[in-house]
Ligand binder design. Structure first.
Ligand SMILES: Cc1cc2nc3c(=O)[nH]c(=O)nc-3n(C[C@H](O)[C@H](O)[C@H](O)COP(=O)(O)O)c2cc1C
Length: 323
């Protein structure tokens, strides 16, 4: 599949998730056959002011290419300036966030608040597309709320102004991440535009991915929370779509091995202190559903040192084998 000039191996993508889709996790998802990874959203203003933290979030490993870098903001000039910077970076695709529901973002007119301002959407997409030769994509929601479910209109505006693909998360801003995603809105957008449409919302396994393709006609499927602590989901979905086979979940031992690799990569990338703090959430997702997960999680969040976490994981693993 292609998005603009970016050639992708398959149609199953990892969603941008702040605090989740760090570089090590994205690499693990790629290893499991993910077709396209997105960075978490990066502040255009932060990049404009040369904030190191923001710029670091846009860096991609060789193994994740072509990866998408997602930016958020509301000022077309600043967004264009940042797109120009990213034009000289390793970003394979530049994605614009028009879906974030968090008040600290929407109160500045950014994220999903943009869906209330179609003219500004046009200006932003035009400015960003005009500032880079890289494909530009836009990630939207169903709308702001049920009285303003304007995904079809916003997707059309994005297409007219140079977007090469649009992702539709089938929830309104009012819903945040709760309730069921409305896949019908994805189908409506697919019918209305000619650029690729990426369907998103509630894909938690292979069967759901297949259904989303079938029910909406979307060109690609984006997996969010279903991938937390579960990079194997990409291999599972691909195998199911290609061969109709359901691959069993990894064993506890495979999970622990992956956790340790992830932790080492995260420490290398972010330093020991931040790496460990951020890894604790990942570990809680990885071990969810296994024996003694709740008890282990409680202990885990008190630990700040790699050795202690390693020991906790070893005794956790022993308890799995003893069942
Ligand atoms: C913890 C978390 C962080 C997220 N961060 C972002 C983000 O940075 N940018 C974005 O466009 N969407 C973000 N999202 C939304 C997801 O990309 C996705 O649209 C949403 O989770 C719905 O997909 P799902 O039902 O498969 O989880 C985030 C979601 C979660 C749960």
């Amino acid at each position: 599949m292609k998005i603009g000039s970016a050639e992708l191996e398959n149609r199953i993508f990892l969603a941008p998730m702040a605090g989740v889709t760090d570089m090590p996790f994205r690499v693990l998802c790629k290893e499991q056959g993910c077709g396209l990874v997105f960075t978490e959203m990066v502040s255009a203003k932060g990049m404009h002011y040369n904030d190191d933290k923001s710029t670091k979030l846009t860096l991609l490993d060789e193994k994740e290419k072509p990866g998408a870098v997602q930016i958020f903001g509301s000022e077309p000039e600043i967004m264009a300036e940042v797109a120009e910077k990213l034009d000289r970076s390793d970003a394979g695709i530049i994605d614009i966030n028009m879906g974030c529901p968090a008040p600290k973002i929407t109160k500045n007119g950014e994220g999903s608040a943009l869906m209330k301002k179609p003219e500004l959407v046009a200006k932003i997409v035009k400015a960003v597309s005009g500032a880079t030769k890289k494909p530009v994509t836009v990630k939207i929601r169903k709308g702001w709320d049920d009285s303003l479910a304007n995904a079809v209109e916003i997707a059309g505006i994005a297409e007219e102004n140079g977007a090469c693909a649009v992702t539709v998360h089938g929830r309104t801003r009012e819903q945040y991440y709760s309730g069921k995603a409305d896949w019908d809105i994805i189908k409506q957008v697919k019918r209305a535009v000619s650029i690729p449409v990426i369907g998103n919302g509630d894909v938690t396994g292979p069967e759901a991915a297949k259904r989303l393709f079938e029910e909406t006609g979307c060109d690609a499927v984006m997996v969010g929370r279903g991938a937390q602590g579960n990079p194997w989901i990409f291999n599972q979905i691909n195998k199911y779509l290609e061969e109709g086979i359901i691959i069993p979940a990894p064993t506890a031992e495979q999970k622990i091995q992956t956790i340790i690799r992830h932790m080492n990569m995260l420490i290398e990338y972010k330093g020991e202190r931040t790496g460990i703090l951020e890894m604790r959430s990942h570990i809680a997702w990885y071990i969810k559903g296994l024996r003694d997960a709740a008890y282990t999680k409680q202990k885990l969040f008190k630990l700040t040192n790699k050795e202690e976490i390693f020991n906790l994981l070893q005794s956790f693993l022993l308890r799995q084998e003893n069942t």
